[in-house]
Design a protein around this ligand. Structure first.
Ligand SMILES: NC(=O)c1ccc[n+]([C@@H]2O[C@H](COP(=O)([O-])OP(=O)(O)OC[C@H]3O[C@@H](n4cnc5c(N)ncnc54)[C@H](O)[C@@H]3O)[C@@H](O)[C@H]2O)c1
Length: 330
């Protein structure tokens, strides 16, 4: 098990989706560790892409503004990479239902083009793919482990599942060094807070820093959450642990809590804002998965990972970030 983060020094690394929430946190951490980071991002309007996410005093991160499916534009960057974190994606479940073909282009076809390019130009690269817990659908048992049946509740889930399966197929058939991580609700600095498109926690955080009231839909649903700094460490440890190659893992983080409990904790930690309970909107209820929390013990053992932050600390850090930088996100 390799715990030595100095391996990243001078390493050429590609982070797709690196102008977005999770990818930018990962790109920044890699740059801090001395890696040569290239971000590939098409800067999709209306989602998490934000130039401020990559602002650093002396910026060592190169940004290649391109779709991950545009092979001519990205081939050189992919060819030279030691490690590739493929974290690009369209994340809105509602948008995927309203514009299913756009979601297919962004989340499925672009990923097939991407993995096919990696196979042709750099088949030995270490590749980590950001998958999702969404396609388990409404849990049949809790906690959800990786053997749980798959039942995507929306178009986004179908396309993310296809993208994950392309990656794992290429691992099996071509021996590529791929790991897929099924993420749950991730939150923290650099997420979208203008609205609830990326995560409902984004708009909740906005209301708390603006000292206004946010809505909690339902409230009794139980969920688990990952703080983004913990998730970044999980992604790095994945790439550093050869034992994870060829596997798909759940990643959770904090112990689960109900949305009511989370709303109370957020208001308490923030010392501002308030919330009101509302009925779940009908069009969202149809694609909601109800209670979810995962069993991520397989990942913890294979990658020697555990979260370092509890939920209160993660929320405190998130609120401090947006209190200082909110004008870049509204
Ligand atoms: N945030 C979460 O809670 C969560 C949960 C489960 C899975 N995920 C997955 O993690 C990944 C990152 O999510 P995020 O929350 O950081 O989202 P985000 O919207 O903040 O970032 C995604 C980035 O990908 C870019 N992008 C989208 N499609 C692209 C394409 N075809 N080519 C190039 N760039 C493209 C966007 O411009 C954006 O900057 C996504 O794949 C998402 O499905 C996120």
């Amino acid at each position: 098990m390799n715990d030595d983060f100095s391996v990243w020094r001078d390493r050429p690394v590609v982070v797709t989706g690196g102008a977005g929430f999770i990818g930018s946190n990962l790109a920044r951490r890699l740059a801090e560790l001395g890696a040569q980071v290239t971000v590939i991002d098409r800067m999709l309007a209306g989602y998490g892409a934000n130039m401020f996410n990559l602002a650093l005093p002396a910026n060592p991160i190169s940004l290649l503004e391109s779709d991950i499916g545009a092979e001519n534009a990205i081939s050189d960057a992919v060819t030279g990479a030691h490690t590739i974190f493929n974290f690009a994606g369209q994340t809105s479940h509602m948008d995927s239902m309203q514009q299913p073909l756009e979601d297919m282009a962004l989340n499925q076809i672009a990923n097939l083009r991407f993995i096919e390019l990696v196979r042709r130009v750099n088949p030995g690269a270490r590749l980590v793919f950001s998958s999702t817990r969404q396609f388990y659908g409404p849990p049949q048992y809790l906690p959800v482990d990786e053997k749980h049946p798959l039942n995507p509740p929306d178009i986004n889930g179908i396309h993310k599942l296809a993208a994950e399966q392309y990656h794992m197929l290429y691992a099996r058939v071509y021996g590529m060094r791929v790991t897929a991580l099924r993420l749950t609700n991730v939150y923290g600095p650099r997420m979208r807070i203008r609205d609830a498109k990326q995560t409902f926690l984004g708009i909740w955080v906005r209301h708390v820093i603006e000292n206004s009231a946010f809505e909690v839909w339902g409230g009794t649903q139980r969920r688990d959450f990952s703080y983004v700094e913990d998730l970044v460490e999980a992604a790095l440890r994945t790439a550093m642990a050869d034992a994870t190659i060829g596997h798909v893992y759940n990643i959770g983080g904090h112990p689960s809590l109900t949305l009511d409990e989370l709303a109370e904790l957020l208001v308490q930690v923030g010392g501002s804002g308030s919330f009101i309970r509302k009925e779940f909107p009908a069009e969202r209820k149809k694609i909601d998965i109800g209670d979810y929390y995962c069993d991520d013990s397989a990942f913890r053992a294979a990658a020697n990972w555990q979260p370092r932050f509890d939920m209160a600390e993660g929320l405190r850090r998130t609120l401090a970030y947006y209190r200082a930088n909110k004008h870049f996100y509204l």
